[in-house]
Design a protein around this ligand. Structure first.
Ligand code: HEM
Length: 235
């Protein structure tokens, strides 16, 4: 079998989904970890922080060559994951020829796996908006207020986040985006590892528990960020 045939076969598409999904899970861990530094502004930590810790961390990420190169890889993984996801959804629907009208308990596929296309689309809308809110002003138009920390001059991304999250509709879209992410991960997390064959019966329970914990905790922490800024807990 040629490489081109492998990547367009069902198993090839699933493998691309699985590997790109695992890389995106890794990205989420770094992203949520870095963003959690905004909570250093809470009165119980350092009310004078004003986003200093977050801005410094974001500056480090934006000015380190290796990380900028990884960012290109990240966009490639997103692209592959989205394209292959759509191809798999279309292919599976064509096989069933009955779309989503079949009752949920048909024993062949859970609602999660059937809803991956829909939830993935919601996530895609969220992502486009999200990139326009932060990544474009930070990396492309560079129209963020500069802020000085000693010798370092960084972009005041924190200030932009606070400004963006004053709009309740945007906060709502972010919360919905995080719920879609959680739902998407509830199926996607374990599915990605199963495709790689990492789920023999001895590990399946821990894989399920880790997947469920991750799918709830990470989106919850993300959702807390716009909420905290909208309610004025930070910023
Ligand atoms: C809901 C809370 C979130 C907040 C407050 C937030 C904040 C940010 C900020 C400030 C940036 C710009 C970073 C920079 O330019 O240095 C960014 C970039 C990005 N975010 Fe988020 N984010 C959130 C959730 C998410 C989620 C759930 C995803 C994915 C499903 C995501 C995907 C991305 C991507 C792909 C980038 C651009 C790549 C990069 O800068 O490394 N974000 N986010």
């Amino acid at each position: 079998m040629k490489w081109s045939e492998f990547f367009t076969s069902s198993i090839g598409k699933k493998l691309v989904m699985s590997l790109s999904g695992i890389c995106l899970i890794g990205f989420l861990v770094v992203h949520v970890g870095l963003n959690l530094t905004i909570f250093n502004d809470l009165p119980i930590f350092d009310p004078e922080d004003n986003g200093r810790m977050f801005n410094k961390a974001a500056h480090f990420m934006g000015s380190t060559v290796v990380i900028r190169l990884m960012e290109i890889g990240l966009f490639v993984f997103f692209f592959l994951h989205i394209i292959q996801g759509y191809l798999l959804t279309v292919q599976n629907r064509a096989k069933r020829k009955i779309g989503y009208s079949i009752p949920v308990k048909d024993g062949r596929a859970s609602w999660y796996s059937k809803s991956m296309g829909l939830l993935g689309t919601l996530l895609l809308i969220f992502l486009i908006l999200h990139i326009a809110h932060f990544w474009v002003p930070s990396r492309v138009t560079q129209d963020l207020t500069p802020v000085k920390y000693g010798d370092m001059e960084a972009h005041n991304l924190f200030e932009r986040m606070v400004a963006v999250f004053q709009n309740p509709w945007i906060v709502l879209v972010y919360i919905l985006g995080c719920i879609s992410l959680g739902w998407h991960l509830l199926h996607g997390f374990q599915s990605a590892f199963r495709t790689l064959g990492l789920s023999n019966h001895r590990y399946i329970d821990s894989l399920k528990a880790t997947g469920t914990g991750f799918s709830i905790l990470v989106p919850f922490l993300f959702a807390l960020m716009p909420i905290a800024m909208y309610l004025g807990w930070i910023g």
